[in-house]
Design a protein around this ligand. Structure first.
Ligand code: ADP
Ligand code: MG
Ligand code: MG
Length: 869
C-alpha cells in the first residue's frame, strides 16, 4: 500500500491520512500557490510504526527514498550533495491541529561538508553556519532528547563573552565555534557523534515524530480536547526555504481576519532575517503585517492576493504561515484559524453577507459548546473606572479575569483545586502549561505576540489572556511580578482585561456580558431552522429572566424544593416534616403556602404567559433536617417538643439509601397535604397574576418519580381536587395541565399506561441515567473518569445521553406514550437538555422541547438547529 504522497498527489479532503498540515500543503500546491516541494508520510505509516515495534518498516523507507528523488529533481538539489545540497524540514501534522505538541526540525541535511557548500553557493557563510547550529539544536532536542538549555547556555555565554545583545551579531567564526561546541555536547550527552549522514538524520527524525505522538504533552492535549489516541500523526518532509538569508528575507504568520474580534482585516506578524518559530517564540518582538507593505510592497500585494484566494477557496478564515527568501514569497501552511466565539459569530455572519456562505452553512459553522464563552463575565464598568492599570500588554484573548497570581502550572492547579481563583503568570507559556492554563481564570505573559502559544491556546479555551506584557518583569523562580517599583508575589490578587490588554492590581468586580448583534443574527437563523422548543430549568425570577434574555421559550423545570432551603423558611419546613400529626403538619404548611405562592407569582410574572412547568416536592426529606445541636434545640423550642424526643424523630427519618428512598411522588402519597399546599399555591398564584398582568397562564403541574401508574392516579387526584376547590372558591376557571416525569426505568416500560392519565411527559434523564446504570449521580464521578481512561465508557453518561441504553428507554417511552395519545407533549429536563450530542438525539426521537440551565439556552437553540440541518 501507499504510505508516501508527494504534495501534488494529495488534497484538502485527505486530512485523516495526510494530517491537517499535509492535506492543506497538498491543496495549496494543487491550486498553484508557491509551496516548497515536499512529501507526506501518512498516518497509516505511523500506525504501522507502532504495530512494527516502534520502527519504520523497510517498505515505508523504500517509498520515502523513491518520492525523495522527485523532490531532488524539482529543486535541482541533491540530498547530501557536496555542491548543491538539498535541505529539508521535518514537520509533524496530525488530523487535528495540536499546537506545539510535536516540534519541527529545520535545515535537515546539513553536515560538516554540506554546510560549506551552502555557504559557498549562497555566498553567505554566516547564514550557513547559523542554520547548522540551529539544526543541531533542534535535532538534539527532538530526536536525541538533549535538553534545549544545554545549548542555549553555551549560546548565551558566547554572546556575553563578545558583549553582543542579539543572535544576529554572532560572526561566522563565532558560529563555527558554536557548532563545534554543540557537537561536543551531543557527543557527551548521547555518547555518539552528531549524525553526518543526511539519510540517517532523516529517518531518525521521522522516527522521532512518530514517537512523539505518544509523549506526555500530546497525550494530555488529546485528553483535554477529546481527540482519539489511535489516529497517529503524519510527517511532512519539505524542502527548505530561508527567511534568515538577510534583510530581504523573513518569516511570519497571519490570519485573514482578526481572530479575537472577527474583523475583516489581514492580521499578522513577521520578522525580517529570521527563521521558523522565531516569530511565535517571543525572542524578538515581531512587527505588524502592515509594515510589510512598506518594506516589500510587491510581496505584500502578492501575499494579500493569496490570502484572499485561500479564504474564498476554503470558505473560512485562514491561519497562514509564510516565509520570504530573498524577496520571494513561499507559503508554508494554511488552516482554518482558531478564534474566539465572538470572532466565529462575526465571521460566519459576515461571510453570509459577503455571499461566501449560506445561512445554513453559517449555522453549522459554530460549535455550540463555544457559545458558553460568550456568557463569561466582563469587568463592572463603574468599578473599572476607579481602577488604575499597572501595566499593558497585548489583548490576546478577550474576557475578564480576577484571581491570585501563581507562577507555574503545578501551583496553579493546586491552588485551583483548593477552590481558589487563579491567574497564571508566566514569562511565556509552553505546552507543559496546558493544565495550569485550563484551571486559570486568565493568563498573563511578559513575552510573545498575538500568535504566541499563550495567545493561541487561551483563545481556543475561550479564556482571558494578556500576552507580551513587556513592561513587566516576571521572575518565575522567585515568584515575583514586578512593574517599576511595584512588586506582586504569589497569592496577590491581579485582574486582567483580555480585550484591552490592561493589567490591574487587586480584584475587580465582574459582570455578566451583553450579547452582540452577530450573535442575535446567527441565533435568529438557527431559530428559523429548529423544530425543538427550548425551555429552561429555573427556580427564581432572576434565573428565568436571564434565560429569557438568552432566548428561552418557557420553564421546563421549576424545582420547588429550592424555595424551601431559604434561611427563614427552613425552620418551617422542618416543622412540617417533623410533625407527628396531620393537623400539626397542616399548621406548618399553612405558613409555607403564602411563601410558595409569592415564589410562583414571581415566576409567572416574569414568564408573561410562557409555559411554566412546576414540579412537586422531590428530594428525600432528610435533606432538610437539622444536624447541628443548636439547630435541633431551637427547633425543639419552636415545636414545643423536648430535645430527646425530637432527636428520636430525626433518627427515625434516617434512610440508608435516600436517593432510592422516601422522595418524589412517594412524599405526596404519604403526605398528601404537601401536594395540596403546592397545588393551591400554584393555582392561586396563576389566578392572581392573570388578573394583575392581564395574561393567560396555563400552569403545568408535574409529578416526579412515578414508576407505578397508580402512584400517578393517586397524586393526580389530589392535585385535581385541590385545583377545582381553589377555582370554586375564587369563582374563576383556568386551563392547567398535570403531567409526570419519566425518570424511573419502570415508567419508560409502562409509558402507555402512564400516558392514559398524564397531560405531558418530561424525561428526567439525570435520575433515569442514575437508575438505569445503577450509578449514583453523586459518587460516580470518581470512577467514571477511570472508566473513560480505560475505554470502558466513551462518554460520561451524565453529560451526554447513553444512546444504547438510556436513549433506548426514552425512545420506547415516546413510542408507547404516543400510541395512547398521539399529541402527548414531551420534553426533557435533565442535564442532557444542554448537551449538543444529546439534543441531536432528542430531536430525532421527536420530543417537543428540551429544557436546560439558563446559560445553556443558546447552546440548545443552536444544537437544535444543527440537529435539523
Ligand atoms: P507547527 O505545527 O508548530 O506550526 P510547523 O511544521 O508549521 O510547526 O513548523 C514551524 C515553522 O517552521 C513554520 O511556521 C515555518 O516558519 C518553519 N518551517 C517549516 N518548514 C519549513 C520549510 N520547509 N522552509 C522554511 N521554513 C519552514
Ligand atoms: Mg511547533
Ligand atoms: Mg505551523
Amino acid at each position: 500500500s501507499k504510505y508516501v504522497y508527494l504534495f501534488e498527489e494529495g488534497n484538502a479532503s485527505m486530512k485523516a491520512l495526510l494530517g491537517g498540515k499535509g492535506a492543506n500543503l497538498a491543496e495549496m500546491t494543487n491550486i498553484g500557490l508557491p509551496v516548497p516541494p515536499g512529501l507526506t508520510i501518512t498516518t497509516d505509516a505511523c500506525r504501522a510504526y507502532y504495530d512494527n515495534n516502534k520502527s519504520i518498516t523497510p517498505e515505508i523507507i523504500e517509498q520515502i527514498k523513491e518520492s525523495f528523488r522527485s523532490i531532488e529533481e524539482k529543486t535541482g538539489k541533491g540530498f547530501g550533495d557536496r555542491e548543491n545540497p538539498l535541505l529539508v524540514s521535518v514537520r509533524s501534522g496530525a488530523m487535528f491541529s495540536m499546537p506545539g505538541m510535536m516540534d519541527t526540525i529545520l535545515n535537515l541535511g546539513l553536515n560538516d561538508q554540506t554546510v560549506v557548500a551552502v555557504g559557498e553557493k549562497t555566498g553567505n557563510m554566516r547564514f550557513a553556519y547559523d542554520s547548522y547550529r540551529r539544526f543541531i539544536q533542534m535535532f538534539s532536542d527532538v530526536v536525541l532528547e538533549i535538553p534545549k538549555y544545554r545549548f542555549e547556555n553555551v549560546l548565551e555565554k558566547a554572546k556575553d563573552k563578545n558583549g553582543y545583545e542579539y543572535d544576529t551579531q554572532l560572526t561566522v567564526a563565532d558560529l563555527q565555534e558554536l557548532v563545534e561546541q554543540f557537537k561536543a555536547i551531543v557527543k557527551k550527552e548521547s555518547g555518539n557523534d552528531f549524525p553526518q549522514d543526511p539519510n540517517e538524520q532523516l529517518l531518525d527524525s521521522v522516527n522521532a515524530v512518530f514517537r512523539s505522538w505518544n509523549n506526555n504533552r500530546a497525550i494530555a492535549y488529546r485528553n483535554l480536547y477529546d481527540i482519539p489516541h489511535n489516529l497517529g500523526t503524519a510527517v511532512n518532509v519539505q524542502s527548505m526555504v530561508f527567511g534568515n538569508m538577510g534583510d530581504d528575507s523573513g518569516t511570519g504568520v497571519a490570519f485573514t481576519r482578526n481572530p479575537a474580534t472577527g474583523e475583516k482585516k489581514l492580521y499578522g506578524e513577521f520578522l525580517m532575517n529570521a527563521q521558523g518559530e522565531d516569530v511565535v517564540a517571543g525572542i524578538r518582538t515581531p512587527r505588524s503585517i502592515e509594515e510589510l507593505k512598506e518594506i516589500m510592497p510587491e510581496v505584500y500585494q502578492q501575499f494579500w492576493d493569496i490570502t484572499t484566494n485561500l479564504e474564498t477557496h476554503y470558505k473560512d478564515m485562514q491561519d497562514i504561515e509564510f516565509t520570504i527568501e530573498q524577496g520571494k514569497l513561499y507559503m508554508l501552511q494554511t488552516r482554518n484559524g482558531k478564534r474566539t466565539i465572538n470572532a466565529s459569530l462575526r465571521v460566519a455572519v459576515e461571510m453570509v453577507e459577503e455571499g461566501l456562505l449560506s445561512k445554513d452553512e453559517a449555522v453549522l459553522r459554530i460549535d455550540p459548546r463555544q457559545l458558553d464563552q460568550l456568557l463569561h463575565p466582563t469587568f463592572d464598568e463603574a468599578t473599572m473606572k476607579m481602577a488604575t492599570p499597572i501595566a499593558t500588554g497585548l489583548p490576546a484573548s478577550p474576557g475578564a479575569a480576577t484571581g491570585k497570581i501563581y507562577f507555574n502550572a503545578d501551583d496553579a492547579v493546586k491552588a485551583a483545586s483548593a477552590g481558589e481563583k487563579v491567574v497564571l503568570v508566566r514569562k511565556e507559556t509552553s505546552p507543559e502549561d496546558i493544565e495550569g492554563m485550563n484551571v486559570a481564570q486568565g493568563i498573563l505573559t511578559s513575552r510573545g505576540g498575538m500568535t504566541s502559544h499563550a495567545a493561541v491556546v487561551a483563545r481556543g479555551m475561550g479564556k482571558c489572556c494578556v500576552a507580551g506584557c513587556e513592561m513587566a518583569k516576571v521572575d518565575e523562580e522567585l515568584k515575583i511580578f514586578a512593574v517599576g517599583d511595584l512588586r506582586l508575589q504569589e497569592g496577590d490578587y491581579i485582574s486582567l482585561d483580555g480585550s484591552t490588554g490592561k493589567v490591574y492590581k487587586g480584584s475587580i468586580k465582574t459582570v455578566e456580558p451583553t450579547l452582540s448583534g452577530h450573535f442575535a443574527t446567527l441565533m435568529g437563523w438557527a431559530d428559523e431552522k429548529r423544530r425543538l422548543g427550548v425551555r429552561t430549568n429555573a427556580d427564581t425570577p432572576r434565573d428565568a429572566k436571564t434565560a429569557i434574555s438568552y432566548g428561552a421559550e418557557g420553564i421546563g423545570l421549576c424545582r420547588t424544593e429550592h424555595m424551601f432551603f431559604e434561611e427563614e423558611r427552613i425552620p418551617v419546613v422542618r416543622e412540617m416534616i417533623l410533625s407527628d400529626t396531620v393537623s400539626k403538619r397542616k399548621k406548618a404548611l399553612d405558613k409555607l403556602m403564602p411563601m410558595q405562592k409569592q415564589d410562583f407569582k414571581g415566576l409567572f410574572t416574569v414568564m408573561k404567559g410562557l409555559p411554566v412547568t412546576i414540579r412537586l416536592l422531590d428530594p428525600p426529606l432528610h435533606e432538610f433536617l437539622p444536624t447541628e445541636e443548636k439547630d435541633i434545640v431551637a427547633l425543639a423550642n419552636e415545636m414545643e417538643m423536648n430535645v430527646t424526643e425530637l432527636k428520636e424523630v430525626i433518627h427515625s427519618l434516617h434512610e440508608f439509601n435516600p436517593m432510592l428512598g422516601h422522595r418524589g411522588c412517594r412524599l405526596a402519597v404519604t403526605y398528601p397535604e404537601i401536594a395540596q399546599m403546592q397545588a393551591r399555591a400554584i393555582i392561586e398564584a396563576a389566578l392572581e397574576v392573570e388578573q394583575e398582568e392581564n395574561t393567560t397562564i396555563i400552569p403545568e403541574i408535574m409529578i416526579p418519580l412515578v414508576g407505578i401508574k397508580a402512584e400517578l392516579d393517586y397524586v393526580k387526584k389530589i392535585v385535581v381536587e385541590t385545583v377545582e376547590e381553589v377555582m370554586e372558591e375564587k369563582g374563576v376557571k383556568i386551563d392547567y395541565l398535570v403531567g409526570t416525569m419519566i425518570e424511573i426505568p419502570r415508567a419508560t416500560v409502562i409509558a402507555d399506561q402512564i400516558a392514559e392519565n398524564a397531560d405531558f411527559f418530561s424525561f428526567g434523564t439525570n435520575d433515569l441515567t442514575q437508575m438505569t446504570f445503577g450509578f449514583s449521580r453523586d459518587d460516580a464521578g470518581k470512577f467514571i473518569t477511570e472508566y473513560r481512561d480505560k475505554e470502558v465508557l466513551v462518554d460520561d453518561p451524565f453529560q451526554s445521553i447513553d444512546l444504547e441504553g438510556v436513549g433506548k428507554l426514552v425512545e420506547m417511552a415516546v413510542k408507547l406514550g404516543k400510541s395512547v395519545k398521539p399529541d402527548l407533549k414531551m420534553g426533557i429536563c435533565g442535564e442532557h437538555g444542554g448537551d449538543p450530542k444529546s439534543i441531536d438525539f432528542f430531536n430525532k426521537v421527536g420530543l417537543n422541547y428540551v429544557s436546560c440551565s439558563p446559560f445553556r439556552v443558546p447552546i440548545a437553540r443552536l444544537s437544535a438547529a444543527q440537529a435539523v440541518l
